[in-house]
Ligand binder design. Sequence first.
Ligand code: PEP
Length: 253
Amino acid sequence: MRKKIIAGNWKMNMTFDEGQKLTSEIVNMFKDENISDVQLVLNPPFPHLHPVKKLIGDTPNVFLGSQNCSNMESGAFTGEVSAKILASFGVTHVILGHSERREYFKEDNALLTEKVKQALVNGLTPIFCCGESLEIREAGTHESNVKFQLTDSLFGLSAEEMSKVVIAYEPIWAIGTGKTASSDEAQQMHETLRKHIASKYGQDLADSISILYGGSMNAGNAADLLSKPDVDGGLIGGASLKSRDFITIAKSY
Ligand code: PEP
């Protein structure tokens, strides 16, 4: 059985107090409403990580992720945060290759391979993002484009390493735009990506990998998207900043 994962990407939002309030609300609702069978991953900005960890405590099925990590192991890299540092205080996941990092910070597939390896060596689960631009979607080359992102960044991993990766398919045209891929479009791409992984690593491994959808998922459209057989959860931006919306998404399975 694949893990069902609802991950919240806070991006560069939330003051300290706002982050504390949001986390407390999410953790309390998750417990009170007895949501089982779904893993939550909260991915706040770096300074929130340790205090958010304290609020999560030992709540089952609530995990802590960062939005990035360095490709370097340690040393004189001012401003960087290593996977090793993150893992040392309880971070378990890391979002890598988000389209905003690819676009604004020029992260390419080769750099992302290094980051994925750093995450894995230090026991973090990479949530590896991929997705096509509107231009590519309109040109009809989206499947080959997204498959290439996986091939180029991930297919050098051993089967054991690959089995620890979570994929997030995030069409760029749907991120923060309010425009969601239809559930059929999401299913089509997720199925394509799973087949692609199977072509390299075999069907069993491909069937075990969680593939999340990201792109304007919200409390209203989550149930439809999450009903699709190859959609194993969501990576949520805007709607993860509202506790009730985030929890409603988690309850939509
Ligand atoms: C994201 O940033 O990963 C994302 C999916 O954002 P939003 O849900 O706001 O589109």
